[in-house]
Design a protein around this ligand. Structure first.
Ligand SMILES: [Zn+2]
Ligand SMILES: [Zn+2]
Length: 438
């Protein structure tokens, strides 16, 4: 654990290697230990499981955001954390005392086998698992959720939708951006499912370790202002917390090791769950480099993850005027000085894309027809370029990087484009009436 000194700064607790390790459980003091956490805390199996359950319930209860009978979307990806989450929710519903969970869970599994190679019978296995728990569940295809409004019943254009999804990732060659885009599309799919299934709360299974990697990766990717949204409680509509869609992460206080032991003791089987970083080298993407950095530190200093996590929680965004990104819904910086990093990146991108000649032309403020023609090749026409630029205006720094790689906006889910055109209309209207406003 970390301690806070007088200045408010946190310091790592040093391990004392010479200290003899206590082999009895530190809680009941009678049983032999089965688990060692943080290299020194020994627990027996009987004390360990209630401790994990307690942490889960405490995090869920602390938020006080789930009401009795409320429909809650529980996202299960097949990973060890998510099968543990499912087990924790199910156990909570079985209790007969006042401790019983009172919300109405709806389990979802999004099948991403179109992007990654999963064992052929994986979907059946997941279905068997859900049947065993006897809770209401839905298994849906990733492309269906993104492009069809009928994804819960039947998607008649599934081949076309699958191609659209594959096209997006075919156009992005950079692994960092590919993974970032996958995260945003997953989030988009989950939000859409929650709305379709009339759920007002979403529960996801990220543990402390995963969230601390996400926190540092977010900073490196230029998503610093979105940390609160990605690791904390994410509230969509801050003015009305009863009606807005809220993402809750009840495993955020549990370490990856605690989850592994919980799954082991309860004999929970986990399933293949990949992303673009699976089996890649650490120097190929920002996310993987961050993961490796944290893992290496964690070996020597077991409080690394919790220190990063607790520090990150204190970060909050400070903006006077708020605008939200059309793609990730994150907060955007709209009042930027000309010398900001964002402006500098925009400038260097412009030079590298357009060449020196175009830059000279634009500096001389000459009508830039020639370069418009240059940009147009094949279906990459001027109209397309215009709508792309309009979309880019309403995107955050990190999302711009992704979208700039796309050849056509047609492969993006319709809702993102629709939201953007609504925003543009609103901005246009605001511009027209601004002189009449008091
Ligand atoms: Zn014990
Ligand atoms: Zn964004």
């Amino acid at each position: 654990m970390c301690s806070v000194n007088d200045e408010g700064a946190e310091s790592f607790e040093e391990l004392k290697p010479d200290e003899p390790l206590e082999l009895k459980c530190r809680k009941c003091l009678t049983e032999d230990g089965n688990v060692i956490l943080r290299k020194k805390d020994v627990y027996c199996k009987t004390c360990f499981i209630p401790m994990v359950t307690h942490k889960f319930r405490a995090t869920l209860g602390k938020s006080k955001l789930v009401n009795k009978g409320e429909r809650v979307l529980v996202c299960v990806s097949g990973s060890q954390s998510s099968v543990s989450l499912l087990h924790l929710v199910w156990t909570g519903l079985q209790q007969s005392t006042y401790k019983r969970l009172t919300f109405d869970p709806v389990i979802v599994y999004i099948d991403e086998s179109i992007l990654f190679k999963y064992p052929q019978n994986q979907q059946n296995k997941i279905q068997e698992l859900f049947e065993k728990y006897g809770l209401s569940y839905h298994i849906v295809l990733f492309a269906s959720v993104l492009y069809s409004n009928n994804c819960l019943i039947e998607d008649t254009n599934i081949d076309q939708h699958n191609n659209k999804l594959k096209n997006i990732f075919k156009n992005i060659s950079d692994l960092t951006l590919k993974e970032d885009m996958l995260m945003k599309l997953r989030k988009h799919a989950i939000t859409k499912l929650a709305k379709l299934l009339e759920c007002t709360r979403i529960i996801t299974a990220e543990n402390e370790h995963k969230l601390s990697i996400r926190l540092l990766s977010n900073v490196a990717l230029g998503r610093g202002s979105q940390i609160g949204l990605d690791i904390g409680l994410a509230v969509n509509d801050k003015t009305n917390s009863k009606k807005s869609l809220i993402t809750i992460r009840p495993l955020r206080d549990l370490s990856a090791k605690e989850i592994s032991y919980y799954a082991l003791f309860n004999k929970l089987e986990d399933y293949v769950h990949s992303n673009f970083l699976t089996a890649t080298n650490e120097d190929e993407s920002i996310q993987k480099t961050t993961e490796q950095f944290i893992n290496n530190l964690q070996v020597e200093f077991p409080s690394t993850v919790s220190t990063i996590f607790r520090t990150g929680e204190k970060i909050s965004e400070k903006t006077s005027r708020t605008a939200y990104c059309s793609m990730c819904q994150g907060i955007m910086d709209i009042e930027m000085p000309p010398s900001s990093a964002m402006e500098a990146t925009k400038y260097s991108k412009y030079v590298s894309l357009m060449g020196l000649k175009a830059l000279e032309l634009s500096l001389n403020n000459i009508d830039n027809k020639e370069s418009d023609l240059k940009r147009c090749n094949g279906c990459y026409c001027k109209n397309n370029q215009n709508s792309k630029e309009e979309l880019l205006k309403n995107l955050c720094y990190a999302c711009r990087h992704i979208i700039q790689n796309l050849e056509s906006l047609d492969d993006l889910p319709e809702e993102i484009l629709k939201k953007n055109s609504e925003k543009l209309q609103f901005q246009k209207m605001e511009e027209q009436i601004k002189d009449f406003l008091l």
